[in-house]
Design a protein around this ligand. Sequence first.
Ligand code: UD1
Length: 364
Amino acid sequence: MKVSIILGTRPQIIKSAPVYVAFRSSGLECEIVNTGQHYDYEMNRQFFSELQLPDPAADLNIGAGTPSQQVSAIISGLGELFEKAKPEIALVPGDTNSALAAGIGCVKSGVPVAHLEAGCRSGEFRMAEEVNRRLLDHMSHLLLCPTSRCVANVRREHVLADSVINVGDTMYDSLLKLAPRASASDPASELGLRHGEYVFMTLHRAETVDDPAALRRVMGAVGRLPLPVAFSVHPRTRARFREFGIAPRPNVKLMEPLPYIETLGMVSGSRLVITDSGGLQKEAFWLGRPSLITRETTEWGEIVRSGAAILVGTDPKRIKLGYDRLQKVEPARFRSARRIFGDGNASAKVVDAVEGYLRNPGRD
Ligand code: UD1
């Protein structure tokens, strides 16, 4: 029996790495198919080597393009690949354009789909990822949800999957495995930043960075904060800085996209995190750091309700107020909701769920 993990972007590699290891140690044959949606070394292959994944069995190399060009290239690439040999099941993580395209490519070739991180919702239907995840959930056979709220979301939408299981969050597995290496690394001091005396920031969502006024508001607000801001810059955001002629203020230090362990190290050493990333919100929470989320909605409302994160949009006043409020967050806030994302053994549960499905496909 063979499982294919189909991925193509940075967060998908992080979500999949512990699952690949768990599949291999269970004795199940497992291979990786890389779509190449992220094509820079720092955004894709760097994570393979850091997370000790083997080279992909197949690389569709779709490269740059519009979302519709990328989605159609992945669908036809998978169709050709599956003409030669088909896996028994495909594991598709997350909600990127690669995930949507992988789902369509699989169902059109008769390959059942297990969606990893199923049921996650922001409620913002104009967001590309929200459309992707809803469609993917509806075409998947096995829904592997990271939280009980995600299970409730798919039940509420009457998604007709064969099986819906709360396995926990495989990003949490990754983080627990790599946290010791992250705390041993000290990337901040190499930049002349002192522990607890800087803000760590990432911004990459189209809603924030493709709108010049929104990007200017956020950059203006962080430029007035009293601490240095270490900003790991996504290639999309760097391109928008050039296009809109935005130059960061002196307290903002721009960095290339960081490797995973260094990212965790930067989060651990920070006073707080500013981000529009879904994954980084969780990582900050698990590492006990508060975050300001530069969006109006989040997939992870549990973290906001715990008081460890605040939604501030792109309004400078809300960013400053949020920053002041998050200066002191009691450690209990982080403990209160940690178990929501499972116990760090989500990958083993994914393997059990997939094996169970392959033994007995059909409705639960
Ligand atoms: C994608 C996902 C998003 C995820 C993010 C993680 C979708 C709709 N969005 O967003 O959910 O949080 O990945 O990073 O799939 N680019 C490069 N080099 C690269 C990759 C991208 O230069 O390796 C540039 C290109 O100009 C590209 C732009 O960034 O057009 C956007 O890349 P894309 O893959 O479309 O989406 P992300 O913003 O990375």
